[in-house]
Design a protein around this ligand. Structure first.
Ligand code: C2E
Ligand code: CA
Ligand code: CA
Length: 430
């Protein structure tokens, strides 16, 4: 295969190049580069700037490619890069990283500075797939996966392949599990870092599947989200969490809060408000005791709809928490107008903050930001005493993590509270 120089061409040209590469029977990589928020550039700065941005990015991508490589503009905000004559599959990762590095630098357009963000997914022929259709499909799957990861790129690997294969298999099994109530909730304590007491728990779904054993929610929640199952799963988790939690609290002298994860999909269905209101009434949830965690990206899918759903939930006395804060792209102006009560700093910033000064700076900024906006702030992923101490010193309100406690069945909670230094804390009613 020989590509003399970098070309910006269309999808057909890319397919032709891929056909040629397969015919030559040499190893090559396919990287799909997706530009995030490109639509916003078009809307805010106009199509001329949008086009200029694409041109500049194509040049930047071109600058890190070798003579055997080629770049194609295959969709509004999408480039494909063919890495010709690839020595080993690992080199695709190196190329993806280099590409993200050059794409990420600021671009000046009509006097405005834009910081492009891209996600790269890739796969290697013939290592990952032996025909073109499959190669495209798995490169796309890798790119989907890259959207949620901090590095910004994913090269298809064995793990992803197993995931793909088991996906449809899992969907059927999950449906049966939901029908048979084979799922359960574990509860992970959250503590008030300034008071030194347990303030509540986050409910996390668990599935012990007969053939596969424990399956991570990070595997089966996306499976549920790719179909209708997520509705059933969310209704199930809200109901079970409230039932179990408020029954549990009835025996305690103090009421703590319960945090439940709400899938992105549900935020855009108006029935969720009625469902939650009903569940709160049935299980006697006081205002301020139910926290719903929603990710930033979930809110950005349809901000108008999300806003009205969130406003109705806030009316019910539900505290809304932005989960995985810092990994999405929500604008602060937008955030200010949402009825949010809590920011939950993503664990990727907390896990290494004891050693990483950059992470520490980010964490401190988020804490300050939250407090300036009158929001409370939770740090998740606390894995050691040093991190815990730092967060207390930085003024963080609440904390959660393996160092404090791992998620556990509800029955294990009272003995844990008994044997730990943390005590229950009364949530002030809203
Ligand atoms: P998440 O909401 O960000 O939940 C926190 C995850 O971090 C949990 O993983 C928890 O077990 C883990 N974690 C807690 N402390 C630590 C720590 O110190 N270190 C590390 N490395 N991890 C820690 P889990 O339970 O596997 O859940 C993964 C994700 O699945 C959740 O992320 C959430 O997005 C989703 N999920 C879990 N339960 C539900 C549910 O009932 N409904 C919905 N829609 N999503 C759920
Ligand atoms: Ca969460
Ligand atoms: Ca989180």
């Amino acid at each position: 295969m020989h590509f003399t120089h970098v070309t910006v061409a269309d999808r057909n040209a890319m397919l032709a190049a891929l056909d040629r590469a397969v015919a030559e029977q040499r190893r090559f990589g396919l990287l799909l580069v997706n530009l995030e928020k490109f639509r916003d550039v078009n809307i805010e700065l106009g199509h001329r700037c949008g086009d200029e941005l694409l041109q500049r990015l194509a040049e930047r991508i071109g600058s890190v490619l070798r003579a055997d490589d080629a770049v194609f503009h295959i969709g509004a905000d999408e480039f494909a890069v063919i890495l010709g004559n690839l020595g080993s599959p690992q080199l695709a990762e190196l190329a993806a990283r280099k590409m993200l590095e050059v794409i990420g630098g600021n671009v000046e357009l009509d006097g405005r500075v834009v910081a492009p963000v891209a996600r790269v997914g890739g796969a290697v022929y013939p290592d990952h797939a032996s025909d073109l259709g499959a190669l495209m499909q798995i490169a796309e799957a890798a790119q989907q996966k890259a959207r949620g990861c901090r590095e910004g790129y994913v090269i298809y690997d064995q793990l992803l392949r197993v995931e793909e294969q088991t996906r449809s298999d899992l969907k059927g099994k999950l449906k049966v599990a939901l029908d048979n109530s084979d799922l359960m909730l574990y509860y992970q304590p959250q503590v008030d870092l300034q008071e030194g007491v347990v303030s509540g728990c986050e409910a996390l779904v668990r599935w012990n599947e007969a053939d596969h054993g424990w399956i991570s929610p990070e595997v089966f929640i996306p499976v549920a989200e790719s179909g209708e199952l997520i509705d059933t799963l969310t209704y199930w988790s809200v109901n079970v969490a409230l039932r179990e939690w408020f029954r549990h609290c009835r025996g305690c002298s103090q009421t703590a809060s319960i945090s439940v994860n709400l899938s992105a999909k549900l935020l855009h269905s108006p029935e969720i408000v009625e469902l939650i209101q009903r569940a709160m009434n049935i299980w006697g949830a006081q205002p301020g005791t139910l926290v719903l965690e929603v990710t930033e990206s979930a809110m950005m899918v349809d901000p108008k709809m999300a806003r009205s759903t969130l406003a109705a939930l806030a009316e019910l006395g539900v505290i809304l928490s932005i989960d995985d804060f810092g990994t999405g792209y929500s604008s602060l102006a937008y955030l200010k107008n949402l009825p949010v009560g809590e920011l939950k700093i993503d664990k990727s910033f907390i896990l290494h903050m004891a050693e990483d000064q950059q992470d520490r700076k980010i964490v401190q900024s988020v804490i300050d930001l939250a407090h300036n906006l009158d929001l409370r702030v939770v740090a998740e992923g606390i894995e050691n005493q040093q991190t815990l101490d730092m967060l207390v010193g930085m003024g963080c309100d609440f904390g959660q993590g393996y160092y404090i406690a791992r998620p556990m069945p509800l029955a294990e909670l009272p003995p844990w509270v008994e044997s730990s230094n943390w005590v229950y804390h009364r949530v002030p009613s809203a």
